[in-house]
Design a protein around this ligand. Structure first.
Ligand SMILES: Nc1ncnc2c1ncn2[C@@H]1O[C@H](COP(=O)(O)OP(=O)(O)O)[C@@H](O)[C@H]1O
Ligand SMILES: [Mg+2]
Length: 284
């Protein structure tokens, strides 16, 4: 199960003098029930990849499959779009309706839901993102805070019951409570078997949430695998224009200074314990 890309390439404005190859030879598999973090410097092609993976942009070459079925016609593309919910970068810009309720109802209504069933989906989706339907349903989305607007946008995506969720920098600009809430939502979705792809620049987020990490560099997947492996591959990260996690850099520096310790991607508390244990060993 999953969305699988094989040898996928994408060119903006192909066949014109300003054609631009943005993705090439992408092999990437988003599995059901995992959180895959996508990293890469600005302009590396992350947003384009998300749009290709969700069927919003058609791949220029290569193959895409959804749960084992090849996507090679209109019906397939529609199936991919229905299965993959997308939360765009600055998703608060996705809002458009006069009330929160109407905004969240838009997607499921297009899928043919109506009446009490539709109302219930809207209520459930708002509750799932921590917004009380009684309080928020009738409000204009444009009177909300940025964090609340983003949650409404997410509720609108969840209302479509996507099996895969592709999110473009969903936590940028959010404060800590807003981030924590989103993390809890994502963990809940993963438990329910949803496959989540999340573009992020934040290693703390990776450490907390990711099952796997992929790093894009100039339209290629430069690194892909366990977060432990990717987070400690400092040379490859540097060539993608990315810094390793600060705590990993500290461990490398201590090792360079002669301390015998393992290099791991861990929380601050666990990293402190690694250093303390190494210091104890050095004293003995
Ligand atoms: N609509 C477009 N037409 C032409 N080039 C584009 C378009 N959108 C993005 N690009 C170019 O594609 C490259 C990758 O962009 P993008 O996918 O937005 O990267 P990222 O999300 O990693 O910052 C950039 O060089 C960008 O300028
Ligand atoms: Mg982007």
């Amino acid at each position: 199960m999953g969305i699988a890309l094989k040898g996928v390439g994408f060119t903006y404005l192909p066949g014109t003098p300003i054609a631009r190859d943005v993705l090439s030879s992408i092999d990437l598999h988003l599995h059901a029930g995992e959180i895959l973090c996508l990293m890469g410097r600005t302009g590396s092609g992350k947003s384009t990849l998300l749009n290709v993976m969700s069927g919003l942009l058609g791949a220029t070459c290569g193959e895409i499959s959804l749960d084992g079925e090849n996507i090679n016609d209109r019906a397939g593309t529609r199936a991919l779009r229905n299965a993959a919910g997308v939360l765009l970068q600055s998703s608060e810009m996705q809002l458009f309706a006069e009330s929160v309720e109407k905004d969240v109802a838009f997607g499921p209504r297009n899928l043919g839901q109506s009446g009490e069933e539709l109302k219930q989906v809207v209520r459930d989706s708002l509750a799932a993102v921590g917004l009380d339907p009684e309080v928020y349903s009738s409000r204009s989305p444009f009177t909300l805070s940025e964090g609340e607007m983003r949650r409404v946008a997410l509720a609108g995506v969840l209302a479509m019951r996507p099996r895969y969720l592709l999110m473009d920098e969903p936590t940028s600009g959010l404060d800590l409570p807003g981030r924590r809430l989103l993390y809890a939502i994502l963990e809940g979705l993963r438990e329910n078997g949803v496959g989540v792809l999340m573009v992020t620049h934040d290693w703390e987020e990776v450490e907390l949430l990711a099952n796997r990490v992929a790093v894009l560099s100039q339209g290629h997947i430069l690194l892909e695998g366990e977060k432990e492996v990717v987070a400690t591959a400092t040379c490859e990260l540097a060539s993608a224009g990315l810094r390793p996690p600060a705590l990993v850099a500290v461990l490398f520096e201590l090792r360079r200074m002669g301390l015998d310790l393992p290099i791991r991607l861990s929380s601050p508390v666990e990293t402190a314990a690694i250093i303390a244990a190494a210091l104890e060993g050095a004293v003995r």
